[in-house]
Design a protein around this ligand. Sequence first.
Ligand code: FAD
Length: 545
Amino acid sequence: MLRLTDIKLPLDHADDALPAAICAKLGIGPGALRGYTVFRRGYDARKRGAIALIYTLDVELADEAALLARHAGDRHVQPTPDTGYRFVAQAPARLEHRPIVIGFGPCGLFAALILAQSGFRPIVLERGKAVRERTKDTWDLWRQRHLHPDSNVQFGEGGAGTFSDGKLHSQIRDPLHHGRKVLAEFVKAGAPEEILYVSKPHIGTFRLVTMVENMRGTIEALGGEIRFGQRVDDLLVETDARGERHVRGVRLAGGGELRSDHVVLALGHSARDTFEMLHARGVCVEAKPFSIGFRIEHPQSLIDQARFGPQAGHPILGAADYKLVHHGKDGRSVYSFCMCPGGTVVAATSEPGRVVTNGMSQYSRNERNANAAIVCDIRPADYAPWGEGPLAGIALQRHWESHAYALGGGDYSAPGQRVGDFLAGRASTAFGDVLPSYKPGVHLTDLSTALPDYAVAAIRAAIPAFDRQIRGYALPDAMLTGVETRTSSPVRIRRNDDDLQSLNTRGLYPAGEGAGYAGGILSAAVDGIRVAEAVALSVTSRQAA
Ligand code: FAD
């Protein structure tokens, strides 16, 4: 099979334009083309009046070798790479140690799936509830202002991305095509088939819930176990005669212990209590940069018009997204993050007395507003006023989330402000045309004290700059809500590059977003696969020894 890249066709091309374009590209007649599949379909919207579709195609031909030779040197005609997944090890017939996976977000889910598929019968410990019950608890905060600290947007089956837009693109380096395995498993579990080929796939909240349940069923059918309501509160660690530390198992919040020499930490970025425990247990943890800011909401129609012009509303394009960056003169960058076309802003705290924003959408992306975080980068040197050491970033997050709770009126409403008022430095007193979607509600105020001064100044400078890229971005009635503090983990749990075990605790595998090795559903899932492979290799080599 040959892979052709960069095949451009107009947005409204006819079905037979694709085989015609293949034949034209390769200089062959229709009889030589045996078949083709679309590997990827993206679009180029730089010219709004002439948006083009860009295809990557896998084609079957009568004489591939001859055609490849004829097009030698053309990087757009290459052999199709083998992207199939290969398991690195199978569990021994008599498995002595079942690995433990802590956390059942995308990272833990894929770590457990790969381990289960290769016979290791993992035990997953998840502090939150199964996804249906978790959904009810999450809505309890959104509707009734009642937070469940272990069952919410951050915690529970499916992890942080369950109530999300389900965007699945990532810019990670993925030489072994693990991302393909993730997408293929998602499709098996019920995701729309198009995620395999559209350039910016998304799933939406509704389907994610069912998919997560289906994947749990697969893991269980293969002998894995998922135990909900099991918060890991401590690690069992032994030091050997050479002074090397080894994990021997975990202690649960209820007091029970579970022994294993292989423990995957797939905790997510909000497991603050667990980070504290790991640090206290001497596991190597360090502070890491992340970003803070607000959510911004515009009418989706404004974004569609700005991005697609006369083609706005075209069914292939769907609701428009955007990605913006502004590098300020003081060295701070402000960028858009986790953009949710046609979605809603959600209450995403996992701790009582705090307010955190994030965004989600359904597959259809047909809500009135577009939302995105606009966030400013912060570094460990910025954490000093709030604390010291590896956990200082958490202290900073807690400070601003508590402050947002107070600014919002102390009932889980988010503090909000019209963009025009924010730029002019005056408090908002009335909503304009853009009504904020955050539930349980928005309390109008002045957001100039809602973040450190440098972050407020950087975002004030960035919004007019973004308006030059997306006309209308600085719309005075656009809405800001805050605060957006959980953009990525404030810590990194250090691990070796080769065997992916903790730098100073053998058998412990820091993984996914919470450990600082992923940022998003796809990259967390890919990291889960990598860590599962490392565990599988370690278990088999130990048993063979
Ligand atoms: P998590 O998904 O956070 O999972 C960690 C799990 O560990 C949780 O279920 C938690 O309950 C459990 N846990 C924590 N501590 C313990 C403990 N001590 N004992 C037992 N269990 C524990 N990313 C995208 O790519 N696209 C999107 O569209 C997108 N939208 C998002 C929308 C929202 C509202 C949120 C909150 C996040 C969104 N993200 C999105 C980010 C994405 O969800 C995360 O990057 C991803 O979930 C990280 O995966 P993870 O498995 O590393 O951690």
